[in-house]
Ligand binder design. Sequence first.
Ligand SMILES: *Cc1c(COP(=O)(O)O)cnc(C)c1O
Length: 402
Amino acid sequence: MVKLNPNFAKLQANYLFSTVRERTNAYAAAHPDAKIIRLGIGDVTKPLAPAVIEAMHAAVEEMGHAETFKGYGEDFGYSFLRSAIADNDYAPLGIKLDIGEIFISDGAKSDTGNIGELFSEDCTVAVCDPVYPVYVDSNVMAGRAGDYDGERWSRLVYMPCVESNGFVPDLPEKPVDMIYLCFPNNPTGAHATYDDLKRWVDYALKTGAVILYDAAYSCFISEGLPRSIYEIEGARGCAIEFKSFSKTAGFTGVRCAYTVIPQELKVGGVSVNAMWRRRQNTKFNEASYISQRGAAAIYTEAGAAQVAEVIGYYKRNALMLRDGLRSAGFTVYGGENSPYIWMRTPDGMSSWDFFDTLLDRVQVVGTPGSGFGPSGEGFFRLTAFGTLEMSEQALERIRSAF
Ligand SMILES: *Cc1c(COP(=O)(O)O)cnc(C)c1O
């Protein structure tokens, strides 16, 4: 008889965002006139840039004619997009990538969730705490997390990201093999400096660990901070980088992202790049031509300007929320070089109590920090991905509630 993968039974029944959605919907059903402001789930609200729409329209048109129709794409993504990425996202940072090191995909969630397939089940995994849940749950499914005690997984190494370390983790005390890092960070909004990343790269090179670097929010970085782990010397030998057009250009519904695996990254002499090629060849058939044409359009002059304007809009929301909450007396982190606001709950309230109180008193929805890991308890995440009006109203309401 068939047996199920027992690791799935270990997963917590409720995914954080489903719980947030359920509680919000229950409140809305009981209070049909309430005007709820949702700043909980990290989805964008601005439409796609005109240059992207134009490129996608043209791509759809090509699909309608035998001479220009596209079926299965080029392996690992169209070279027009991979070259544009190498030339625009990396060359200006002084990083030279071969397009064979860039893999186009349909999302950084799937790639960060799938990358673990390349590594042994015995590897010890280190995650930031609080953390983007995908890194944890995908390792639970893979049998690398051990057992859950209601707060922590027994085999995961948690790296607390707390006020005392500026939400940038310290090196782990126990040896670890796979290290997930994400900067600018979801959920804390913290960013890492060159020195912070150098400490991690040096550690990984010394111990033979691999860094899985999620740079989904790098477009929110202004001057003076690393936008790619490959800005650090030696990172090509120890790090994989994930990027996405979701937060950069509003592609959460279109789907297009990419992963960089340098040729130098070898484990026991085996090329990780070659393994991922083999894996993708077997299990993946590329993002659609239309999505890839849309993504390439953000590297045109017009597209780049339009996308920068939207990012600037979200960044202004973030600063406005951060400064407004601070001046109202809240302790607030993030919001700079990041679309996330990480606020301490007032009066020592738990994250979920604060969630319920805000929903009940002023109908503002955020995400309870404890849902991202034990060190998130007592914190609350708000996103700057709403409209300016939503963000201003949410700020006004939170101030009036406390
Ligand atoms: C939004 C987000 C992503 C992007 O996911 P996609 O699948 O590309 O939409 C990746 N990592 C983090 C931490 C995110 O918050």
